[in-house]
Design a protein. Structure first.
Length: 461
């Protein structure tokens, strides 16, 4: 099958031009002006932007309480064609087996392409030794949690340093969830002892200093190990500044923020009764000055990518979040994979905060480079034909009834949206059209990541 997309405005991370894209099978074969080729199908994209399919480098499906890969169709309609999920490790399960188990949940189920980050949850010598073998199973990124002390997620500095020492030998990119666990425990107990149980205390118990301290410590550990670092879900201005400072000194220190840290504030946690629980995720939503700082950081390149941290908790609000009796036992996480393009475009591009090129970089090109997927996130000859034909004139509103994430609420309910993916192609096949999934469930493929991703650029040892 071949496809010719004609007369669109092709947007890449570095340029924009009117032209045609010719796709043969699953691959982009030609890009140019007025291409003279025969194709089985021709699509006229006049007045439309042609964007690379999104790469969401931060999602949770079938773990961390998130709903299973059946609901990955939400990604497709939202213009994201590749999701990168975290493979949790159970005690005594080898790291590589944990990845294979998580992949088995996605294969023949996910409707978009998928890849994985490893997660160490059983820190010990045999597991650290496995880190160098991660690229053999197509994994080139590894997350450790500095928060959640007292649970299997938590890793101390010794574990982080041990993992970093192994990661750099194999070109694996280290990721950390940077929040100081002790600050959180002590402040949580403090507020609960005062009867302060409402969701907004989730923010007060996890103040910016908890993120700033852990981010600074992670950077120090990365420097000690001489290991590139990618800090996930950065939300606090001071944490971002620590990353910027280390990076500007020449250290390979990078970070991502997420769509909710660009669009929602602590006020959402303060909604009446217990509704703020819908917005409980970690790090927490921050006051407006932090939101402004996140926009500044993505515009200037101080943060490298924007993920969704999609975690559509099984049970949603009524069946999961509302069951919490106070802020500390509400399960963490919010959906967002379907909304990432819409929010970045409407509140970033349309307001003039970021250019269309920067949008492409944050939404697709850089996430693919960070995780090590050279065939994704770019409109270039030889790349996978993951393509969004984007109608910039469409206007609408985000609502849960149009969401395919499979739970009972939408954190961005009522947000006005400018533009939408008119057609979304996954490796040359049409999978979504005007907000409707039209592909076949389970056609997503496991994408094997290569080591020495973007965080190793200019830093080969
Ligand atoms: O609250 C969040 N972010 N839940 C998902 C797990 C994580 O820390 O990324
Ligand atoms: Zn995290
Ligand atoms: Zn996450």
């Amino acid at each position: 099958m071949s496809l010719l997309i004609k007369n669109g405005t092709i947007v890449t991370a570095t340029s924009e031009f009117t032209g045609d894209l010719y796709i043969e099978g699953e691959t982009i074969r030609q890009i140019g002006f007025n291409l003279k080729v025969d194709a089985d199908r021709i699509v006229d994209a006049t007045g439309r932007y042609i964007l690379p399919g999104g790469v969401d480098e931060h999602v949770h499906y079938g773990s961390f309480g998130g709903r299973l890969f059946e609901t990955a169709e939400a990604a497709a309609v939202g213009g994201t064609t590749t999701i990168v999920d975290f493979a949790p490790q159970e005690k005594d399960v080898p790291l590589l087996d944990a990845i294979r188990r998580q992949a088995a949940k996605a294969e023949h189920i996910s409707s978009v392409d998928f890849a994985f980050h490893a997660v160490i949850m059983d820190p010990k010598e045999s597991v650290f030794e496995e880190v160098r073998h991660l690229p053999e199973v197509g994994v080139a990124t590894l997350k450790l949690f500095m928060a959640y002390k007292g649970t299997s997620f938590y890793c101390d500095d010794e574990a982080i340093l041990n993992a970093m020492m192994r990661a750099k030998e194999a070109g694996v990119t280290m990721m950390v969830h940077a929040e100081n666990a002790d600050i959180i425990t002590i402040l949580t107990n403090h507020y609960l002892s005062q009867g302060k149980t409402a969701p907004v205390y989730h923010y007060h118990a996890r103040p910016p200093i908890a993120e700033e301290e852990a981010t600074g410590r992670a950077i120090a550990l990365a420097k000690a190990a001489d290991c590139p670092l990618f800090v996930v879900h950065v939300s606090a201005k001071e944490a971002m500044e620590a990353i910027r400072e280390a990076h500007s000194q020449g250290w390979p220190i990078f970070g991502e923020t997420c769509t909710h840290y660009l669009t929602l504030t602590t006020d959402y946690l303060d909604k009446p009764v217990f509704e703020g629980a819908k917005y409980i995720c970690s790090p927490p939503l921050r006051p407006q000055e932090h939101v402004d700082a996140m926009w500044h950081a993505v515009r200037e390149g101080w943060l490298t990518a924007v993920g969704s941290d999609h975690c559509a908790l099984d049970g949603g609000y009524e069946g999961a979040k509302k069951k919490g009796t106070n802020f500390s036992n509400v399960p963490n996480g919010c959906p967002g994979v379907q909304d990432r393009l819409a929010l970045l475009w409407t509140y970033g591009v349309c307001t003039g905060k970021i250019t269309r090129q920067k949008f492409v970089e944050l939404f697709a090109t850089n996430p693919a480079k960070v995780v090590g997927l050279p065939g994704k996130g770019e409109l270039r000859v030889g790349a996978d034909a993951d393509i969004v034909i984007f109608d910039p004139d469409w206007k609408g509103v985000i609502t849960n009834k149009d969401s395919l994430h499979g739970i009972d609420y939408e954190p961005f309910e009522g947000f006005e949206i400018q533009g939408r993916p008119e057609q979304v192609y996954l490796r040359g096949r049409l999978v979504a059209q005007k907000g409707v999934f039209v592909g076949e469930r389970g056609k997503g493929q496991w994408q094997k990541c290569r080591p020495y991703g973007l965080c190793y650029d200019y830093y080969h040892k």
